[in-house]
Design a binder for this molecule. Structure first.
Ligand code: SAM
Length: 280
């Protein structure tokens, strides 16, 4: 058996790793993050019996074996998320955007949760819509579809299961919403069918074409642009603008902005916070 040499990474292999990650999923690693690679790769290297970073990089660069690329991306992406993350985007969605769509009598609304991680964001959107429909039974938005995508295949598996433990539910979910929108199964909680049925999941790398996804009325692109270079941010935001229907909306993360990256959107300073609308 080969000797494992995985506790250090050479300068050359660090550069190769950085290049692979930027090209494959847009994530900029910067300098001095050797510890991050080592801490996130050790398990994979041991499981796959890979003896060095050179061997790992040769596999991902050549695409052989095929699954190694996905496994490295899975291990290197940060999947941090929570229910109703930052609250205000979901309040703006319910009070301002859904209400405006109702006023316009919009029937078919398509929403894209574009970096959905383990599902909390798209299910939060679906819960927000259910709460809106309960408040406004005459709302026209009954035929809303939520398309949730991520690059991480393991996150998509978790998201589709729609099953969370108590600790994960505690991150942003009130006791009332837990009782109303989840069903207890043993020591886990399942999202109810009413919330689940609007959401469909798909693998999508934000660096690649969005054409196959169709057009949207609202896009959530939250807490993912922070990892990308200015050029990537610009490209993604401009392509998202083209994936939106006229007057479509864009929600970014609390520390993200379009300023300097795209002039396709106007900023809306709503009562609940800032979001964006496609310029007409
Ligand atoms: C920090 S989570 C954000 C989750 C959620 N949007 C939120 O705000 O809570 C970032 C997600 O972006 C995904 N991601 C990273 N690079 C991506 C890419 N190139 N294409 C699609 N998703 C990507 C990761 O897999 C991860 O699930």
């Amino acid at each position: 058996m080969s000797t494992l040499n995985i506790n250090t990474i050479t300068t050359t292999d660090y550069e190769r790793f950085k290049n692979f990650l930027e090209q494959a999923c847009g994530i900029l690693l910067g300098n001095g993050k050797e510890y991050l690679i080592i801490s996130r790769m050790t398990k994979l290297l041991r499981d796959e019996n890979i003896a060095s970073y050179d061997e790992l990089l040769t596999a991902v660069e050549s695409g052989n074996p095929h699954h190694m690329r996905d496994a490295v991306i899975d291990a290197m992406t940060t999947n941090e998320t929570s229910w109703f993350r930052d609250r205000s985007p979901f309040e703006a969605l319910e009070k301002e955007v859904f209400s405006e769509m109702d006023n316009e009598g919009k029937r078919q609304c398509r929403i894209w949760s574009s970096a959905c991680s383990s599902g909390q964001e798209p299910y939060t959107i679906s819960i927000t819509l259910s709460e809106h429909l309960a408040l406004f039974p005459m709302s026209s938005l009954t035929r809303t579809q939520i398309i949730a995508t991520d690059i991480s295949t393991s996150m998509l598996v978790e998201a589709k299961q729609a099953e969370y433990d108590e600790a994960l539910l505690g991150r942003g979910l009130s006791a009332e919403r837990k009782q109303q929108f989840f069903r207890q199964v043993g020591d886990r909680w399942m999202v109810t069918d009413d919330i689940k049925r609007r959401v469909s999941f798909k693998e999508q790398n934000l660096l690649l074409s969005y054409d196959a996804l169709g057009k949207f009325d609202i896009i959530f692109c939250r807490n993912v642009l922070i990892y990308f270079s200015p050029e990537r941010k610009s490209d993604i935001l401009n392509r998202m603008a083209r994936a939106l229907n006229p007057k479509g909306y864009l929600f970014l993360g609390a520390s993200e902005t379009i300023t300097g990256y795209s002039d396709a959107f106007e900023m809306i300073r709503g009562q609940q916070g800032v979001y964006y609308r496609l310029k007409s």
